[in-house]
Design a protein around this ligand. Structure first.
Ligand code: DMJ
Length: 648
């Protein structure tokens, strides 16, 4: 009761509808979701040098496995993996319709699919496939590519995938490759900014890092705030603190900055002077996994400071960002902009990416029963449920990239990209509550994917979830194997398969042990985490870069500019090629129509009905010219927009 009263005082600022709804069931939830007393709080040692003992936060009931459904998902994984090896290996991903390889940094590959798939194959006991994938990775992974790779994506997929496979299987060669990659980040220019904020593009060969625009001016919250789990783990395993220091320093600085809201962090920053470049808040693209990692870095290390920051963040997400639909049924988090004169301006759409928050809020609530834990758990449940409804309200049973929160039956961007966020939350909701509702929702999704997205050449996405006359989206994403299928498999498994007390999943669903367990059981190897304030460098006191770095970066800027121009040129060529192809098709089609018309005319003349006059002929010619011109304008528009956007 006391915590209910405290929660209501705290939530005095929440829009009344949210508050009312959230408190409605708090008492019920407290009972329903507490199978046995939770032992968490007493066991947590927050110094960062002791293991974080979360077991057993679920109590004694470890759930039961649903073998048939696990087998079904395993077969899906076999089909996805076998299709990749048949048509695309060793590329990053597969075009399942064209049955062709797809590379992120063409013609180079970072082996995204095999690395992302490693631990899923291992967990599913697909031993021969796991061995084949590992051999490919060990023999072919080239970490010296002369191209700028995306640091965030490479961390969560490549570094995370290698580390997790090492955690589960123990082959030291995987750790060696992961360490090599981590060193590229710290010895290259990723953290070499005046603020210590990370840049997101690194040329693996030259070691020069830049931002997405090809300079070193900007840093993004999710990109620089989603490196910490992997880098900290790497430090604990190698005993070299440099990885953790570089990555965690970013958290220290972000936390030390003045903020409009205690627990919310804007998405974009200047990398040189700690200025906020746009006061956009949200938990979707550009922000999402930063909040996830605040929670998980606490779970992984036991460092209570991060837990407190996470709780502040989750409170403010609940306070300021959660929207409720007019009928009170849907809870969602849209992107929100802040203007001093107007305050917070939320949108009405929510992105599929935000569905991960259901799992995050629930996990955060049950691993530490802070004052608002029932509120967070309830919010987690409601956000997950809203996402379930976004799925079941479409004819395909799958949700697109965005949904309209006030009325989920109105389509937003209907593209289904095989994303994992909802099944990730379903997995957490099941593990944390054992309510069969979450498994049932997951099973419907399995069936929908199977029905609408399975093809001979692998699994594709959909251009729109709203039409059953389907147009496929021709990519089999590497995260489909790393996350979507893994979470679906674990949803039907027993709690003892990758138990949540011992593992923390990175944002690409790669499990890493928490301190005190697995590869992190030996405390003598843990690196020290700094005490509060120890690393603090007052905002404004940014450091100067060495001359060497200034010169390297200048060279890098020119190289990157050339690289971006080259990419634009190739893309323009591709657009031109497709344009020509389309024009030929269009011409053929028009010729066909014309041929049919002439035949018809001839037949009619033979039958004495009469033929088309010269005026009709002119009209047809005009129509034909109009169609051709329209098409050309359209194609040119796409091309010009692209060139303008890339400044090439
Ligand atoms: C994945 O790479 C990760 O889940 C990331 O956190 C967000 N984007 C994709 C999946 O949608």
């Amino acid at each position: 009761m006391i915590s209910l009263i405290l929660a209501s005082i705290y939530y005095a600022t929440v829009p009344w509808k949210v508050l009312w709804k959230l408190q409605e069931d708090a008492e019920t939830l407290r009972h329903r979701h507490s199978p046995t007393p939770l032992a968490t709080v007493n066991n947590v040692v927050g110094s960062g040098t002791q293991p974080l003992m979360l077991d057993p936060f679920l109590g004694r009931d470890r759930g039961h496995e649903d073998r048939d459904k696990m087998e079904f998902v395993k077969k899906m994984m076999m089909h996805a993996w076998d299709s990749y090896t048949t048509y695309a290996s060793p590329a990053d991903e597969l075009h399942p319709i064209a049955r062709k390889p797809k590379n992120w940094y063409d013609p180079h590959t970072l082996l995204s699919t095999p690395i992302d798939a490693l631990d899923t194959l291992f967990i599913m006991n697909l031993t021969s496939r796991y061995t084949a994938a590992k051999s490919l990775v060990l023999s072919s992974l080239n970490l010296n590519l002369n191209t700028s790779i995306n640091v965030f994506e490479t961390t969560i997929r490549i570094l995370g995938g290698l580390l997790s496979a090492y955690e589960l299987e123990g082959d030291e060669r995987l750790l060696e490759r992961a360490t090599e990659l981590g060193r590229k980040f710290v010895n290259g220019g990723v953290f070499e900014t005046r603020t210590g904020f990370a840049l997101n593009y690194l040329n693996l060969a030259s070691g020069v890092a830049l931002d997405s625009g090809g300079s070193a001016m900007t840093a993004n919250l999710a990109e620089m705030g989603t490196l910490q789990l992997e880098m900290q783990y790497l430090s604990d395993l190698t005993g070299d603190g440099v990885f953790a220091q570089k990555a965690l320093f970013i958290y220290e600085q972000l936390h030390a900055m003045n903020r409009t809201f205690k627990g919310l962090y804007p998405s974009d920053y200047a990398a040189d002077n700690l200025e906020v470049t746009s006061e956009k808040y949200g938990i979707g693209a550009g922000a999402d996994s930063f909040y996830e990692y605040l929670l998980k870095i606490w779970l992984a290390t036991g460092e209570e400071r991060y837990r407190d920051w996470y709780i502040d963040a989750a409170n403010d997400i609940a306070n300021h960002l959660v929207n409720v639909s007019e009928d009170g049924a849907n809870y969602f988090v849209p992107d929100t902009y802040y203007w001093q004169s107007v305050g917070l301006n939320p949108g009405t759409h929510f992105h599929h990416l935000t569905c991960f928050a259901g799992g995050m809020l629930s996990l955060g609530a049950l691993t530490h029963r802070h004052a608002n834990w029932t509120v967070h758990l309830d919010l987690g449940r409601r956000i997950t449920d809203t996402c379930v409804r976004a799925y079941i309200s479409t004819p395909t049973g799958l949700a697109g990239e965005t949904s309209v929160g006030t009325n989920l039956t109105r389509p937003g961007d209907g593209n289904y990209a095989q994303r994992p966020e909802l099944v990730e939350s379903l997995f957490y909701m099941w593990r944390l509550t054992h309510d069969p509702y979450w498994r049932e929702a997951g099973w419907k999704i399995v069936q929908s994917i199977e029905k609408w997205c399975r093809g001979e050449g692998g699994y594709h996405g959909l251009k729109s979830v709203w039409y059953t006359e389907l147009e496929p989206n021709d990519t089999q994403e590497s995260f489909f194997l790393a996350e979507t299928l893994k979470y679906l498999y674990l949803l039907f498994a027993s709690d003892d398969l990758i138990p949540l007390e011992k593992y923390v999943f990175n944002t690409e669903a790669h499990p890493l042990s928490v301190r005190g367990h697995g590869k992190r059981s030996d405390p003598s190897r843990w690196v020290r985490i700094p005490k509060d304030g120890e690393w603090y460098r007052p905002v404004g006191e940014v450091r100067d870069l060495t001359e060497e770095w200034v010169l390297r970066r200048e060279r890098g800027v020119n190289e990157r500019r050339a690289e971006l121009q080259e990419r634009s040129r190739k893309e323009a060529e591709e657009i031109q090629r497709r344009f020509e192809e389309g024009r030929k098709e269009e011409e053929q089609r028009l010729e066909e129509i014309e041929r049919e018309r002439r035949m018809k005319e001839r037949e009619e003349r033979v039958r004495g009905v009469g033929g088309g006059g010269g005026r009709e002929e002119d009209e047809r010619k005009k129509e034909r010219d109009r169609i051709m011109k329209e098409r050309e304008d359209r194609m040119r528009g796409v091309y010009e927009k692209k060139v303008a956007a890339e400044g090439g």
